[in-house]
Design a protein around this ligand. Structure first.
Ligand SMILES: CSC[C@@H](O)[C@@H](O)C(=O)COP(=O)(O)O
Length: 366
């Protein structure tokens, strides 16, 4: 996307074709800092500590991690075994988003079929780049399908403002381009649809307030940051026309894991008769799991993320303690919204209902 006149992605390869560059998203919106990743440890650290985050982006970062593993392993002379071992470590960096394991395994498979050490590195680099381009294109396509949904709501409202609620950051920062939940929003906005986005702040790390608000502001999209608990109230008063969220892993039966709090939005949407859409590239479907609540691993993170809030004070990024020093806290990073609460999936191949039959109807090869 364009940031301050410059085409910008959250990840790219440096001119040396070895160094992986990423935006350090922990510092947005107050600082735009780029980090260099030159070791597998650095890649794992960047994923765990959330320099990079969002399902499609951690898939691409993991894919480039395999390229780095190939460079290191082949330098040490123990290529394939070393690369396999490093891939296990990469895949364990974060558990919920299925894209991480998907991206790592896709590159690993190609690497293992390559003949020489030099081939392994080239193949890994090319495959990681191919995944990045595919994810960008899939997000562009799903944006077109999702924008058609927004456009029809706009028509039903005779052109009055369409109010869309979103949770967390499922924007280009979480993907490569366009985003998942935001792709339909950007596309509809570019078509001239009058729209406004309610941005859940998304505690504890405030990806909505920090990242989605920043992205939408850079693109000129009207938006308002709200507390995570405001959505139900706004829905009761007719101030939300639709909800669009992303997902970190959706089962092929239609259950949706996404940032903690998504389930409560889906419940409130159902109670108020508001459509609840989930936007995703096909890389985010888990084709093996059938019961999301029971089977999807939910990441628990450092409770300090709940205890402290980060912001800008006197020009410096600062963290402040909120609860009593001695109070324990718990940090559940994701929840699962059952298929019965999902109106539809917006994918690169079109929109479908949240059922095994409809999902496999769009993706018969799985
Ligand atoms: C663009 S994909 C959607 C999800 O990855 C997004 O909604 C989300 O929950 C990200 O969580 P995060 O913990 O910031 O990686």
């Amino acid at each position: 996307m364009i940031v301050d006149g410059k085409q910008t992605r959250p990840i790219w390869l440096d001119a040396d074709q070895k160094t992986v560059k990423v935006i350090d998203q922990r510092q947005l919106p107050h600082r735009f800092v780029v980090a260099d990743l030159t070791s597998v440890d650095a890649v794992i650290h960047a994923i765990r500590e959330m320099f990079v985050r969002g399902a499609p982006l951690i898939g691409v970062t993991g894919a480039y991690g395999v390229m780095i593993a190939a460079m290191k392993g082949d330098a040490a002379g123990d290529g394939p075994a070393f690369i396999r071992q490093e891939c296990l470590r990469l895949k364990a960096a974060r558990p919920t988003a299925v894209n991480l394991a998907w991206g790592v395994d896709r590159v690993l498979e190609k690497v293992m079929a390559a003949g020489t050490a030099a081939d392994r590195i080239d193949v890994a680099r090319n495959e990681a780049a191919a995944i990045a381009e595919e994810e960008a294109e899939n997000c562009r396509r799903l944006g077109v399908h999702g924008a058609d949904l927004i456009t029809s709501v706009s028509r039903e409202k005779n052109g009055a403002t369409v109010n869309i609620l979103t949770h967390c950051n499922a924007g280009w920062l979480a993907c490569i381009e366009y985003g998942t939940a935001t792709a339909p929003i950007y596309e509809a906005f570019n078509r001239g649809v009058d729209l406004h986005v309610w941005v859940d702040e998304t505690r504890p790390l405030n990806q909505g307030a920090r990242l989605t608000a920043w992205e939408l502001g850079k693109h000129g999209v009207p938006h308002t940051v709200i507390t995570d608990n405001a959505g139900g109230h706004l829905m009761q008063h007719g101030r939300v026309d639709m909800v669009i969220v992303g997902t970190d892993r959706s089962t092929h039966t239609g259950d949706v894991a996404n940032k903690i709090g998504t389930y409560l939005k889906a419940l409130a949407a159902r109670d108020n008769g508001i459509p609840f859409y989930v936007a995703l590239p096909s890389s985010t479907f888990d084709w093996t799991m059938t019961d999301g609540v029971k089977e999807i691993p939910i990441e628990e993170r450092n409770p300090d993320e709940v205890r402290y809030i980060q912001g800008l004070a006197d020009g410096r990024i600062t963290r402040v303690l909120v609860p009593p020093e001695s109070s324990p806290a718990a940090d559940f990073a994701f929840d699962v919204t059952p298929a019965r609460l999902v109106t539809g999936f917006v994918t690169e191949r079109g929109v479908c209902g949240a059922s095994e039959a409809e999902i496999h109807g769009l993706f018969p090869e799985f």
